[in-house]
Design a protein around this ligand. Structure first.
Ligand code: ARG
Length: 459
């Protein structure tokens, strides 16, 4: 008979058992569920809500189950529906009547919210650590490439020269923000909801602060309806994950592009590429493509859970059981994505010579040429026009700006002098951009130092 079977005259239809049972996926919460129950039973005993001897038996029994579950020795029962009733059923089988007192003053509604909050807290901290490792790898590349010049792009057209370090540091900023988002998601999850009961609290004098203390929660929830109806903390994790995957995906897209024969900016390591079953010459960036592809399912889970929640009246509804697969799959996808991406990044070879050569094509110093004239007293809009004409001239002659002689330059504007040639070199174009946030090596060094300091800051 079901734990809730008292008022039923018929057994559940087999189809229903199969349809609504969540044990196949929520067994993943056994650690949180049992730890939460240990804290609840401890408090019940301490407060004299159940006999102290029963509380002790319950705690000992739960610890045994936890050990067996960790060792993979437990066969979870589909007809016990979910992890909560599986654990309670097992407990009573093992310790007898005392087990029947565990659920005093508690509902599965607040229990599942507690479990998933505990799970979310671990997931957030894990993700933060993975992001830190990725940021570390990026900082190493940046530090080694303060002077490695490459073209910067807008509209996928060469725009102005930057450095590889500066490009890597853009991603550092994104991943630092991601880390911050997971830290905020942690705070959202760090609220202890037991005591919310099914929806309206409970008549027992539960010591909620004590349970929060035993489980390491920062505070307790303020409203019992919200305590069981809220899944914002999961949505915070899912949205932080979606944004983080978007960042990884953009990075992967760039690596895929840079790895093409047309760009040749990077060489993927053999260990992180795959071959073709028909074309012998192929070495494909499948890993990067797959991370880009998996971003889609993470977005899907976020949209899925938002949609599950949007029409739900307060408080708990069974629809909310749909939160877990979305959450677990998001976590798995993100963990795998971050792990494999960081490992792959560490093995990428950057072809600095190709990047530097690429930087000097496509008139990437045209803005600097206009800025040169401005320095000589010409108004920027006039200088822009002069350089536009120079570029058109060069395109006709199949030349770069630096291929022109001073005489040719002077025909376009008399303010050009010999020093223009130094001023328009790629190195000079980068070094002159030395305001905060710009690519001059000294400024990027500052950004690296600031990022290192941010990493050390616990948030
Ligand atoms: N398995 C359920 C879930 O994941 C646990 C809560 C069930 N509560 C209930 N009253 N049916 O949401």
């Amino acid at each position: 008979m079901k734990l809730w079977g008292g008022r039923f005259e018929k057994a559940t239809d087999g189809l229903v058992d199969d349809f609504h049972s969540s044990i196949s996926f929520d067994k993943r919460l056994f650690e949180q569920d049992i730890t939460g129950s240990i804290a609840h039973a401890t408090m019940l005993g301490e407060e004299g809500i159940i006999p102290a001897a029963d509380a002790e038996k319950i705690v000992a029994g739960l610890k045994d189950i936890l050990e067996d579950a960790r060792a993979g020795k437990i066969e979870w029962m589909v007809d016990a529906e979910d992890i909560h009733m599986n654990v309670e059923t097992l407990l009573t089988q093992r310790i007898g009547d005392a087990g029947k007192r565990l659920h005093t003053g508690r509902s599965r509604n607040d229990q599942v919210a507690l479990d998933t909050r505990m799970y979310a807290k671990v997931a957030c901290r894990d993700t933060e650590a993975m992001l830190e490792e990725l940021i570390d790898a990026l900082l190493t590349i940046a530090q080694e490439n303060l002077h490695t010049i490459m073209p910067g792009y807008t509209h996928m057209q060469k725009a102005q020269p930057i450095t590889l370090a500066h490009h890597m540091m853009a991603y550092v900023q994104m991943f630092l923000r991601d880390r911050n988002r997971f830290s905020n998601a942690y705070k959202a999850a760090d609220v202890m909801v037991l005591g919310s009961g099914a929806l309206a609290g409970t008549t027992y004098p539960l010591n909620r602060e004590r349970v929060a203390e035993l489980l390491g929660f920062e505070k307790i929830s303020e409203n019992s309806l919200d305590g069981v109806a809220d899944r914002d903390y999961m949505l915070d994790y899912l949205s932080a994950a979606a944004i983080c995957m978007m960042h990884l995906s953009r990075f992967c897209e760039e690596l895929i592009l840079w790895n093409t024969n047309e760009f040749r900016f990077v060489e993927m390591d053999d260990a992180f590429a795959t071959g073709s079953s028909i074309m012998p010459q192929k070495k494909n960036p499948d890993v990067a493509e797959l991370i880009r592809g998996k971003t889609g399912r993470v977005y899907g889970h976020l949209m899925g859970l938002l949609t599950v929640m949007k029409g739900l009246p307060l408080a708990y509804n069974k629809d909310m059981q749909e939160d877990k697969e979305a959450f677990f799959d998001t976590r798995d996808t993100l963990v795998k994505g971050l792990t494999v991406f960081t490992a792959m990044l560490k093995t990428v070879t950057f072809r600095k010579d190709v990047m530097e050569r690429g930087a000097s094509g496509g008139f990437t110093n045209a803005t600097d040429c206009a800025d040169y004239l401005v320095k000589k007293g010409v108004a920027f809009r006039d200088a822009h026009k002069v350089v536009g004409e120079l570029v058109a001239h060069c395109l006709n002659e199949n030349k770069a700006l630096l291929d022109l002689t001073l005489e040719e330059l002077k025909q376009f504007h008399p303010a050009f002098e010999q020093d223009v040639f130094d001023d328009l070199s790629m190195i000079s174009c980068v070094e002159k951009r030395k305001i905060p946030g710009a690519p001059a090596p000294e400024m990027v060094q500052r950004a690296i130092n600031a990022a290192k300091a941010a990493l050390k800051n616990d948030q």
